[in-house]
Ligand binder design. Structure first.
Ligand code: LLP
Length: 392
């Protein structure tokens, strides 16, 4: 349990968030604040690494592109998965080498491809024929993978599925087999392997198993001397619980599936995890600006909103909300942001406790797809980001 109350103060990874917030205020800094834990980030990365010691782990930069976090992961031995050349530049700035960069994404432009080929990234995952044609036009040595669509409807929110039949991502089996033949005519294009990404926040191991078994069959059908196989990201976490052992159990089940399906493949395995590594390593500290009562409910207005954390609005996603000072009397309320839209909320109808203006709330597990999806909507300031270890 990395989050708990002790002496009525909320503690995160054994640090009192009340004390941390005091220090932050003393530095004349504002809220909201994205707070990260180096320790939790390390634990999460190493957990994944220990489960798959021979694999290449390409952290999905889309889940968090904050430079200090990328640097930390680099030092831990991570590689990266990027979906734009902008993300590749962020990775390079953090010290990753081109050899550590895997370039995925459905709409890579000619300019992005030229840049990636020029620096010689480890692999570009091709998503369709138009992209291949752009690579052929560039006519330079390049290492590629082919992204396959498994045609499976994974159990997750519709907006974060990517492996179903009608998806914009990847290629069908027949298109992929035809592409292998086409690539043979271009010796500068070196085909290294197949890739897939079923979707995100997946907790059902049968979904992964079905997709990976089908991928293994496809590898055999391709009759090509592949070097690697890219299994994507997508492993979920239990946002409703602060018991991290549950995530760990899921990772163990995931490992079992991978070991069962690929134990004899002889191929280098690549992973592209984002959320599993970074989500638990971050939280958002936000200050209460107003407490309102309507005929039907209580509304807590805070200084963070959909501009900092869009997940609740976009995917009806759950993030735990905890007052820093333990409130013994729980009360239901909507926790909403300052943006001029009724869609701007962080949590609805939640037992938050009695809070007042200036109190601070902790929005849990925002290390993935929090700051990386933030906007300046309403021209509100960006939230600062800091490692808790650097201010205690
Ligand atoms: N690889 C590819 C090709 C992807 O498209 C993604 C995520 C990942 C890896 C990393 O997936 P992860 O391990 O983090 O599940 N904004 C949404 C999630 C969108 C994920 C998009 N692709 C959210 O906040 O839940």
């Amino acid at each position: 349990m990395s989050l708990n109350y002790s002496n009525q103060e909320l503690h995160w990874n054994a640090h009192s968030l009340v004390q941390v917030a005091k220090k932050w205020r003393n530095l004349k800094e504002d809220f909201p604040l994205y707070l990260y834990s180096r320790k939790i980030l390390q634990d999460r990365f190493q957990l994944f690494q220990k489960s798959f010691p021979k694999a290449r782990i390409h952290f999905a930069v889309k889940s968090n592109h904050w430079q200090p976090l990328l640097k930390e992961l680099k030092n831990l031995g991570s590689h990266v998965d990027v979906v734009s050349f902008g993300e590749a530049e962020a990775a390079l700035e953090a010290g990753f080498t081109p050899e550590q960069i895997l370039f995925s994404g459905v709409g890579k432009t000619k300019k992005e491809l030229e840049s990636a080929i020029k620096i010689q990234v480890y692999q570009i995952n091709i998503e369709g024929d138009d992209e291949l044609n752009r690579i052929i036009e560039i006519d330079q040595p390049v290492r590629v993978g082919l992204r396959w669509t498994p045609g499976l409807d994974a159990k997750t929110h519709p907006f974060i599925k990517t492996g179903h039949l009608d998806t914009k991502f990847g290629m069908s089996e027949s298109d992929l087999l035809a592409m292998i033949e086409k690539i043979k005519k271009y010796p500068k294009i070196q085909l290294q392997g197949l890739s897939m990404h079923l979707g995100s926040q997946i907790q059902d191991m049968q979904d992964f198993k079905a997709a990976y078994l089908a991928l293994k069959d496809l590898v055999n059908k391709c009759q090509t001397d592949f070097k690697n196989i890219d299994l994507g990201g997508g492993l979920g976490i239990f946002y409703e619980s602060q018991d991290l052992n549950q995530d760990e159990k899921l990772l163990t089940e995931y490992k079992k599936v991978i070991d069962e399906v690929f134990f004899d493949s002889g191929l280098q395995i690549l992973f592209e995890p984002g959320r599993f590594i970074s989500a638990r390593a971050g939280g958002l500290l936000t200050e209460v600006q107003a407490v309102k009562s309507t005929p039907k409910k209580k509304i807590i207005v805070v200084d963070a909103g959909m501009h900092q954390l869009i997940r609740p609005v976009l995917y009806e996603a759950y993030h735990g909300v905890f007052p820093l000072a333990e409130s013994l009397k729980l009360e239901k309320a909507d926790v909403v942001g300052p943006i001029c839209e009724s869609s701007d909320f962080l949590a609805l109808d939640r037992e938050v406790g009695q809070v007042q203006v200036k109190d601070l709330l902790w929005i849990a597990d925002t290390g993935a797809y929090g700051s990386s999806m933030a906007s300046r909507y309403n021209l509100r300031p960006e939230a600062k980001e800091v490692f808790i270890e650097d201010i205690i």
